[in-house]
Write a protein that binds this ligand. Structure first.
Ligand code: NAD
Length: 263
């Protein structure tokens, strides 16, 4: 549909939530997809839920040698790499004063360090010379968050890591142009199956009331942006941090009481 047929794609966190929707979308576009993830069950059941998946590889992306091994396995499965969606991440809800050193280190190790290891492994492959002597090229997309754009209480470690992901994407975009395009996608509230299970109906409604469009995103809506950015239709995007947030970060303090003013 978007000229992604035959593209060789790795999606990290590609067997759950936003990443699973992204793997499914790229498969529907005719791409070859390998998913990386840490959860045992999500990896072993991946091919049932994602028919046509070229492979699901289990790793902890905070370990640089595990990342290198996973990319070598993906080389065999895909025979090359055109697109990386570096999407895997974790978050913990903790008041700033209560965050332990271990919690801080774990969130930053997975969300920022792990994204760097994956992005560098992909970029080295994409910048390697092809048969004509020029870099093969490719597209690297990262899942940052609106938490990397503005402060959100109770997620200091996550916010700092996601802000780092945005700076990493921007820097890579400058260094790797014009061969590799690099962008950070910044979702607002996305209703993944896991989150849905954590919300009561009242909590969901209360959160929706704060969002200008009045609802969470579906994982498919984020996947659609990844497909667009990976395709030639997104060819003029690089170095961008793109909010996909229903207006969450469009306004300042005044925007918070818009529902009150409406009513
Ligand atoms: N759901 C939201 O509202 C939302 C909003 C903005 C950004 N995000 C970001 O989107 C991304 C996906 O989140 P999701 O909501 O789909 O969550 P999810 O929990 O459904 O998926 C997270 C994925 O990351 C993988 N992962 C976690 N730790 C890993 C590790 N150490 N090594 C390798 N893989 C690991 C998991 O195996 C899983 O596949 C994350 O980066 C998250 O921060 C989510």
């Amino acid at each position: 549909m978007r000229g992604l047929a035959g593209r060789r794609v790795i999606v990290t966190g590609g067997t759950s939530g936003i990443g699973e929707a992204t793997s499914r979308r790229f498969l529907a576009e005719g791409a070859s997809v390998v998913a990386f993830a840490v959860g045992e069950e999500e990896v072993t059941t991946a091919s049932d839920r994602l028919p046509g998946l070229a492979g699901a590889i289990r790793l902890d992306q905070s370990d640089p040698s595990a990342v290198e091994r996973a990319f070598e396995d993906a080389d065999v499965l895909l025979g090359g790499l055109d697109v990386l969606v570096a999407n895997a991440g974790i978050s913990l809800r903790r008041p700033f004063l209560a965050i332990t050193a271990e919690e801080w280190q774990r969130v930053v190790a997975v969300d920022l360090h792990g994204t760097f290891y994956c992005a560098q492994a992909a970029a080295r492959r994409m910048m390697a010379a092809g048969s004509d002597g020029t870099p093969r090229g490719g597209v690297i997309l990262m899942t940052a968050s609106t938490n990397g754009l503005v402060g959100h209480p109770f997620y200091a470690d996550y916010n700092a890591a996601k802000a780092g992901v945005i700076a990493l994407a921007r820097t890579m975009a400058l260094e790797l142009a014009p061969h590799v395009r690099v962008n950070a996608v910044c979702p607002g509230y996305v209703l993944t199956p896991m989150q849905q299970a954590e919300y009561t109906a009242e909590m969901l409604e209360a959160t929706n009331r704060k969002i200008p469009l009045g609802r969470h995103a579906t994982p498919d809506e984020i996947a659609a942006l990844f497909a667009f950015l990976a395709s030639d239709e997104g060819a003029y995007f690089t170095g961008a941090a793109i909010p996909i947030d229903a207006g969450e970060t469009a306004g300042g303090l005044a925007s918070r009481d818009w529902t009150v003013r409406e009513g």
